[in-house]
Write a protein that binds this ligand. Structure first.
Ligand SMILES: NC(=O)CC[C@H](N)C(=O)O
Length: 378
């Protein structure tokens, strides 16, 4: 079935739907991972975005019920060069087409993903619309220009959990209203340090990694206030990844500001940006962002280079932070942007990239142990 992608700057790309009729809109971004499409599809940080994979063949290993990063597909649409309709893998339980169709998400193939990626690299991430029903280029371009820009949008509010849950044995166990304040909320206090994770769009693998690193984890909605978190009396606070612009997440920034110095804090991606903002800094939008599983990052303390998984379109502006208080710990070797920060005196650090991988290399898994070590000395 014919489809047409139109970008806000007037460029169009013909393609074909492999999931039936549909229409979607959002910011179009590219991901350079060679595998891991199911993790990409279900990562809540992609909410509001249409994702294209630079790897040319997608779908060949199908999908399975385990490789999910949240309860549903989060991308607005999925754009590939060639869709492989006959998956072959011992873990596969479904084809990618059926998976997308089952959740009403448009997938297209036959798209010149190389040209699209080069276009975004030159012109920046863009608003776009894709349709099988409206194939009129002019109409689509006009409509693409009417989509709200990602800047200024608080999307964390849309993807955060409605109710708190305990992360145990690799799965969420939802709590009853008010249960987070029960005295017995921490069941393993004797053996495991307790962490409250604020869910701005948390990837499951972060919860899996925290559990594996020895923490007991309770995940709370994004708007949970500092007073509630202090009343839960955890040993530490985790700030999750999430979609959209960090600056409008004012409630999360305020909570973090209030808890700075009172609890050891670790943040990932949106969590890194929220920590930067809570420390008085600013964030800005990158031209086309970093998305993929092969981003080189230098750890400035050790001099070691990590190959990292990334998915972000915004970054912390170091010029906006006082170097007396905040230190850059990691930089991206492709463009020298900030990939990690820490407070010089208070127990708080964060990274812009994804140590939980999923998909991607595990070079940065040490950060979960670093969080644990920070709690011990605190
Ligand atoms: N993965 C994330 O947490 C992304 C953070 C933020 N939405 C950005 O695009 O920069």
């Amino acid at each position: 079935m014919k489809a047409l992608l139109a970008l806000e700057d007037g460029r169009t790309f013909p393609c074909r739907s492999f999931t039936g009729p549909g229409e979607a809109s959002g910011e179009v971004v590219f991901n350079t991972s060679m595998t891991g499409y199911q993790e990409v599809l279900t990562d809540p940080s992609y909410s509001g975005q249409m994702v294209t994979m630079t790897y040319p063949l997608v779908g060949n290993y199908g999908v399975n019920p385990e490789d999910v990063e949240s309860a549903r597909i989060q991308v607005a649409a999925f754009l590939v060069k060639e869709y492989q309709p006959f998956p072959s893998n011992f873990r596969s339980t479904q084809s990618l087409a059926d998976y997308l169709k089952g959740q009403g998400v448009l997938g297209v193939e036959g798209l010149d993903t190389r040209a699209l990626t080069r276009h975004i690299r030159n012109g920046g991430a863009m608003r776009a619309i894709i349709s099988t029903t409206d194939l009129d280029a002019e109409s689509l371009i006009r409509r693409a220009n009417a989509i709200p820009s990602m800047e200024g949008l608080d999307l964390a509010r849309d993807v955060t959990t409605e109710t708190a849950y305990r992360w145990q044995d690799g799965r969420p166990e939802f709590l009853a209203a008010g249960e987070i304040l029960d005295a017995g909320i921490w069941r393993q206090r004797e053996t495991r340090p307790s962490v409250v994770a604020i869910d701005f769009g948390l990837k499951y693998n972060i919860a899996r990694c925290l559990e594996k690193a020895g923490f007991e984890v309770v995940v709370v909605p994004a708007a949970t206030e500092a007073g509630t978190i202090m009343a839960m009396a955890p040993d530490g606070l985790f700030l999750s990844n999430g979609p959209g612009d960090p600056e409008p997440v004012a409630y999360g920034i305020e909570t973090t500001r209030e808890l700075l110095g009172r609890l050891p804090i670790f943040g990932i991606c949106l969590g890194n940006q929220i920590l930067g903002l809570a420390l008085g800094g600013r964030t800005y939008k990158l031209k086309f962002g970093h998305r993929g599983a092969n981003q080189p990052v230098k750890n400035l303390a050790t001099g070691k280079v990590e190959i990292t998984s990334q998915n972000h379109g915004f970054a912390v502006d170091m010029k906006s932070l006082s170097s007396d208080d905040v230190e850059v710990t990691h930089i991206n070797l492709n463009d020298n942007t900030v990939e990690g920060i820490r407070h010089r005196r208070l127990p708080a650090f964060a990274v812009q990239y994804h140590p939980e991988a999923s998909p991607g290399p595990h070079d940065a898994a040490y950060l979960f142990d670093q969080f644990r070590a920070m709690m011990k000395t605190n």
